[in-house]
Design a protein around this ligand. Sequence first.
Ligand code: CP
Ligand code: NVA
Length: 308
Amino acid sequence: MTRHFLNLADAGGDAIAAMIGDAMDRKQAREAWPKGKQDADAPLAGHVLAMIFEKSSTRTRVSFDIAIRQLGGTSIVMDSGSMQLGRGETVADTAKVLSRMCDAIMIRTDDHAKIEELAANATVPVINGLTDLSHPCQIVADLLTLVEHGKPLPGLEVAYLGDGNNVTNSIIEAAGLMKFNVRIGCPEGYDADAEFITAAHATGANISVHRDEMEAAAGADVIVTDTWVSMGQEHVHNKMAAMMPFQVNDVIMEQAKQDALFLHCLPAHRGEEVMPSVIDVPQSVVWDEAENRIHAQKSVLRWVFEQI
Ligand code: CP
Ligand code: NVA
């Protein structure tokens, strides 16, 4: 059966742990090499990854392109606006055609139902490069970053402050699979999707929602935030005032453990969800997190091709 990576649960906890280990090994094996040089074993030689972007991207676009090159393959990057998809060709037909021409498809889109339809009609692996519902590739990179910085996942206390969005949903999903706890500090009306919280609870992970930002951050090993306005939500008004108490600033960081790390998937909006005194200091590992998109996605690519 074709392996798709639409959400973290498609792989499961054991495979994600294996991906993290694989990413660490491969990252170390090519330390200080030029970024475009192939890995010695080139495990995906000859493979072509098609990438479709229906929303903007810097990290996802560049990291997948570099990832497939390092694995020995090549990529084709398309903005949906310049594809027939943008003129009304169906998702199903696009999936069938790309499956005949390429070996895997990565898509960044809005409605999660669209990626499900793409996967249902594709005969090659489909990878989620972000939908309105989830951002699983980002969270594999986040988990890799935490492990690399000496924070084993089981039992970890993660505090997420701000808007309950696609990133929040995937963090919650990861908590269930990797056995860590998440305290979400967010204003009422901006919660993460209940289905993710319910699924994580069912595995024994402790997911709690707090309307008090100090309570959410207290004693955390990791503080995470994301933009208050996700792509496609620019029309939502009156959000800033509601979000302001959940801004990650020095007072919030003081509530967390002294050696707490700060994560942000980027792009960041300094003065909104995070202050420069938090993101631009050594406690912040956002640049490692961004680089790790390459290493994590190499493992995701290897997983969909059954090499992990
Ligand atoms: N974090 C992330 O997905 O960044 P891009 O939107 O730049 O791809
Ligand atoms: N939640 C953000 C993540 C960007 C990488 C968005 O969807 O725009």
